[in-house]
Design a protein around this ligand. Structure first.
Ligand code: BES
Ligand code: MN
Ligand code: MN
Length: 456
């Protein structure tokens, strides 16, 4: 009988075709018109988990998109792993910047291009294929106990899974969680992520006149909500990127000297990052902090869009009655989302220009997290990664957020191993998202080896 890794190697062409089938489903969780597609992706995963031999496979319905659950709990005396992933994706726009359509997965120079290729369908599917390979090589058994939980709302804040974890911790009882939804620090450099930023995502709605007005007839007398938002936003940060919300930094923890030292030893080329990854003339942010510190260990504030008014081609002379700004903040340990939002809301309200009504809303939030590295599961991960990649693991943090990881710690009281195989140039959330196929393969082998190591 082949080993699990040998089985996977033989089946890679089929694994890739299956992944493409999943990537063709436009499961964009934030767009109501894709609700049916999100469900179709969930149902496809239910069918696949059943097919490979998982048990108790089902959809868990909630207020939003369904969760997918399955387990296999017959490895007596062995640890239980909770495998987490998300099958929803970000919207694909701007469409005209894609070299091949976002939902027609296309292979080019060793990569598979599609929305969700790496975030997170491709990475989540590595877990499924690692489990399939282990079942095949171990006579229909696994070397450890497994629960799989997949969500369809990660990209919109993950409310359903958070509620499920809070209300039914016993149904997800495990010794640790495995999440593959992060990046490697550099190609060929096996990486375990040990920290994620939290976030609060907000909207500021500004209202002026009771209806849209002719800007010639009323300009000079009627308040303009866009100008009001611009004035407010301009006071959220100073020109160095320092956030001006009173109290905002009070709980911010400095990374430990050991962590800072390890970060300084990572192979980071700031000029390459500026020119090739970011592609801007200059990098911005707080003076006195490295790029790594600014993106992993400092809170930030960004504006994502300002819907409202006239945005079509050409010109329309209107004073819009209302305008909205979508503003988010990334949080770091030990900031608390509810407190940060309260500080932000009262500051924004204090900046309200004359004649404007404001509504400051929280859309979603998630806790920042740092996971300890001193546990048997992280050690098993580094052993497995060494075997597959033939290099020592680097520990990094991620600037992004995966809200449920904090809940795993808080409500399930388990550590999470964040073992991701994305690359820095994978274009997450952007046009031409890709997954490097070699990483898909070696990711599967890493997960197989990790599970075998944990089950030893
Ligand atoms: N997989 C990402 C988060 C990520 C990416 C972490 C790279 C570390 C490195 C996740 O799907 C994501 O995009 N999360 C959102 C969360 C939000 C919508 C609550 C994010 O970070 O914007
Ligand atoms: Mn993700
Ligand atoms: Mn994402």
């Amino acid at each position: 009988m082949p080993t699990a890794v040998e089985y996977a190697r033989k089946e890679y062409p089929r694994f890739v075709e299956e992944l493409k089938t999943l990537l063709r489903i436009p499961s964009v969780s934030t767009l109501p018109e894709h609700k049916g597609d999100v469900r179709r992706a969930a149902e496809a995963l239910v069918a696949e988990l059943k097919r490979i031999g998982m048990e108790n496979v089902r959809l868990i319905e909630g207020a939003g998109h369904p969760l997918v659950y399955g387990d296999w709990l017959h490895a007596d005396g062995k640890p239980t792993c909770l495998c987490y992933g998300h099958y929803d994706v970000q919207p694909p726009d701007p469409l005209d910047e894609w070299l091949s359509p976002p939902f027609e997965p296309t292979e080019r120079d060793g990569n598979i291009y599609a929305r969700g290729a790496v975030d997170d369908k491709g990475q989540m599917y590595m877990h499924v294929k690692a489990l399939e390979s282990l079942f095949a090589a171990h006579d229909g058994k696994l070397p450890l106990n497994i629960r799989v939980i997949l969500e369809g709302e990660e990209e919109v804040g993950g409310e359903s899974i958070a509620k499920f974890v809070r209300e039914h911790p016993e149904q997800l009882k495990a010794d640790f969680a495995l999440v593959s939804d992060t990046e490697m620090f550099a190609p060929e450099l096996p990486t375990v992520c040990v920290g994620l930023r939290g976030m609060i995502y907000t909207e500021i709605e500004a209202r002026g006149a009771k209806t849209d007005l002719h800007s010639g007839i009323y300009g000079g007398a009627a308040p303009n909500p866009f100008v009001a938002l611009a004035q407010i936003i301009a006071q959220l940060k100073d020109k160095d990127g320092q956030i001006l919300i009173p109290g905002f930094y009070d709980r911010v923890q400095k990374p430990s000297p050991d962590e800072l030292k390890a970060w300084r030893n990572l192979p980071f080329d700031e000029e390459y990052y500026r020119n090739t990854e970011v592609g801007s003339t200059q990098l911005t942010g707080e003076p006195g902090y490295s790029v790594i510190e600014r993106t992993w260990a400092r809170p930030t504030l960004d504006v994502h869009g300002m819907p409202g008014g006239f945005t079509g081609a050409g010109a329309k002379t209107v004073i819009p009655a209302k305008a909205v700004a979508k503003v988010s903040m990334r949080l770091v340990p030990d900031m608390e989302p509810q407190e940060a939002f309260a500080q932000y809301k009262s500051y924004v309200e204090s900046l309200k220009p004359a004649g404007i009504e404001l509504d400051v809303r929280l859309i979603h939030s998630g806790d920042p997290i740092v996971v300890g590295t001193d546990n048997a599961y992280i050690r098993a991960a580094t052993v497995a990664l060494k075997q597959v990649w033939n290099k020592e693991t680097v520990f990094i943090r991620g600037g992004g957020s995966i809200p449920i990881v904090g809940d795993f710690e808080r409500h399930l009281k388990i550590p999470t191993v964040l073992m991701g195989f994305g690359l820095p140039d994978d274009n997450l959330h952007a046009p031409n998202e890709k997954f490097h196929l070699a990483n898909f393969y070696r990711g599967i082998e890493s997960i197989i080896t990790f599970f075998e190591e944990v089950g030893k």
